[in-house]
Write a protein that binds this ligand. Structure first.
Ligand code: SAM
Length: 252
């Protein structure tokens, strides 16, 4: 399943950077746009992701609860960290309407291409896509990419569904998520843990699915919302396998 991409770097200045991977280079002020060496299974099976990810029987329930608890208003700008193929977009658009903006960030160009396709097919406007590794890319570089595509530097709300548990370290992705959200905005993490179901094999199956997807089922990144946010709402679904935490980003 893994595909090793060649390391191809195209040097450019800030204005020349398309919404691709943006990483800083040692020569101050300049940026490098390009493709990094990734053993990224999501790039390899991006076209099949929606079909193979048990979306309808399992994972849709979590994203719907997550979007519900974000309490979005029409016209809001919402950040989707590790957005993948954009499976959250429909649920977000229902809430923020045509005037609202979705900012999707993902490190995989192939997953983002699927997200773009979905948006075009559905006629959704105001979809900003940024290719970046949220654990290593400087916040300013991501903000620059967002604003160069017409977005606001900080979003009104942010969510990450089934994404932080793949990031190493996930705390860096969580920090980025907070840095890109306006003080007082809503933050939501939807992720996985062992199910409490008594159905024989349920726990083993959940662990296997997470391992195949590259997620660490023991990471529990949703706990960071309880630690760092205020007015936290907790939900769960699918025998506790899906954990949803949403709270207010404390105003600094
Ligand atoms: C399991 S998929 C979830 C996608 C989407 N959030 C969903 O709910 O369907 C995880 C996504 O996180 C992305 N990802 C993993 N590590 C990342 C990182 N460090 N920075 C940005 N995206 C990352 C992967 O490329 C993949 O698209």
């Amino acid at each position: 399943m893994h595909r090793w991409l060649p390391a191809v770097y195209l040097k450019g200045n800030r204005s020349g950077c398309e919404p691709k991977l943006v990483v800083p280079t040692p020569d101050r002020g300049a940026y490098t746009c390009g493709v990094i060496l990734i053993a990224d299974k999501y790039s390899s099976f991006a076209p099949l992701y929606d079909l193979m990810s048990a979306e309808i029987p399992v994972y849709r329930a979590g994203r719907k609860l997550g979007v519900q608890t974000l309490d979005l208003h029409p016209g809001a700008q919402v950040l989707d960290v590790g957005c993948g193929t954009g499976l959250n977009f429909r649920h977000l658009k229902e809430r923020i309407g045509p005037a609202g903006t979705i900012v999707g960030i993902d490190r995989s160009a192939e997953m983002l291409a699927q997200a773009r396709r979905k948006a075009t097919r559905q006629g959704w406007t105001n979809i900003i896509l940024v290719q970046a590794d949220t654990t290593t890319t400087p916040t300013e570089a991501i903000i620059e990419s967002i604003t160069s595509q017409g977005g606001l530097p900080l979003s009104d709300a942010a969510l990450a569904t089934y994404a932080l548990s793949l990031m190493k370290p996930w705390e860096a992705g969580w920090t980025m998520m907070q840095d890109l959200t306006a003080p007082g905005g809503r933050l939501c993490v939807v992720d996985m843990q062992d199910p409490t179901s008594r159905i024989p094999g349920a726990r083993a199956l959940a662990r296997l699915a997470c391992r195949l997807g590259g997620a660490d089922i023991t990471a529990h990144p949703f706990a960071a919302v309880e630690r760092d946010c205020i007015d936290v709402t907790a939900r769960s679904a699918r025998a506790g396998h899906l954990q949803i935490r949403t709270g207010h980003h404390p105003a600094s």
